[in-house]
Design a protein around this ligand. Structure first.
Ligand code: PBG
Length: 343
């Protein structure tokens, strides 16, 4: 029997690209950049090959490198000079991100997005103000050697939601004052988008957009990032504020809240293990959808490639293509420069 329908006809070289449904372009990609107030020179991040923590004096050069690949947007993460209980360097006018934004916007044409969170700035590594119970637990842990036992038994209710909102608002406004084009709150604090939108509008930054990490899961794929940005929690985990990986309907609820509060772009994070979520947010909302191809997703492909088990270039491209196919308009990815260079 000869088949009469032959999908293979459209897989030949001349026609393949004519019928391809999605494609990748450098303008879809956002490159994460780490700026480090404690660094004198660039320091490689071991679990994220090709990425470095960059000192302030090198940040303009670093962003120019990104732009040369065709990638137009960066998202900045800061490693501050010092940390404290409330994360006050997050909203300091002379903070590391604020200073980096000033330099990058003065000297490059990059579109500058800033991550708004407290975990890189608090000495306990949580994304907000600790409850008194959690502070006591932390104190007890610090003054005894039994850190693990006393501090990790109960991670619920570590962070005060509403007190954190004010700090996020101040942080976002300080980024806008420095010249950020868009702010990206990543702490999964209830009400964060509304608080930040109100703060930006009051301060006359009505043009500064919000890309909300609307659907952010409590994922083990953030490991390498936490090394890179020095933002691992000193005790417990983030499961009472980030989403349970088991939940899909809740993702729509989260996205809806952020949409109602004025988010301009809705982000899903991580990307590859959550492509179903990217798709459902795409279908449910008419906002642009972003996906964050996170550090662990980057690190595992590099690790396999290092063993020569995978072809890095091919799997990186295929990963990003799959994220677009799922429905993302833009992708935050550590592969941005490598993939863009080859497009
Ligand atoms: C800050 C933040 C994190 C990431 C982006 N912003 C870490 C976390 O939530 O623990 C992770 C990014 C990555 O893994 O690439 N809250």
């Amino acid at each position: 029997m000869n088949p009469t329908r032959r999908p293979r006809r459209l897989r030949r070289d001349g026609v393949r690209s004519l019928v391809s449904e999605v494609s990748l372009s450098a303008s879809d990609l956002v490159a994460p950049v780490f700026v480090d107030a404690t660094a004198e020179e660039r320091a490689p991040i071991p679990s994220m090959p090709g990425h470095e923590r960059v000192p302030l004096d090198d940040i303009v050069a670093r962003v120019r490198e990104v732009r040369e690949t065709g990638v137009e947007a960066v998202i900045l993460f800061g490693i501050p000079q010092s940390k404290d209980a409330r994360g006050s360097r997050a909203w300091a006018d002379d903070g590391v991100v604020q200073e980096a934004v000033r330099r990058v916007t003065a000297d490059t044409d990059a579109y500058v997005i800033t991550d708004v969170c407290l975990c890189e700035y608090t000495d306990h590594g949580h994304c907000g103000v600790l409850t008194s119970e959690a502070s006591e637990r932390l104190e007890a842990a610090r003054s005894s050697s039994a850190v693990e036992a006393s501090a990790t038994d109960d991670s619920t209710l570590t962070v005060r939601n509403d007190e954190t909102l004010e700090l996020l608002r101040k942080t976002a406004v300080s980024h806008a004052e420095a010249g950020a084009d868009m702010v990206a709150p990543s702490s999964m604090t209830d009400g964060m988008v509304g608080a930040i939108r109100a703060g930006l509008d009051e301060a006359d930054h009505t043009d500064v957009g919000i890309m909300s990490y609307a659907v952010k899961y409590e994922s083990a794929f953030y490991g390498p990032f936490r090394d890179a940005a020095d933002g691992a929690p000193a005790f417990g985990d983030r499961r009472h504020y980030q989403m349970d990986p088991a939940n899909a309907r809740e993702a729509l609820r989260e996205a809806r809240l952020d949409a109602e509060q004025g988010a301009d772009v809705l982000m899903v994070k991580p990307a590859l293990s959550y492509l179903d979520i990217v798709r459902s947010v795409r279908e449910e909302f008419d906002h642009p959808v972003a996906a964050y191809n996170v550090s662990g997703e980057y690190a595992m492909l590099h690790a396999a490639a290092e063993k020569e088990w995978l072809d890095l270039e091919a799997v990186a491209h295929e990963s990003l293509l799959s994220i677009k196919r799922a429905g993302a308009d833009l992708i935050v990815t550590y592969f941005a420069e490598d993939v863009a260079r080859r497009l």
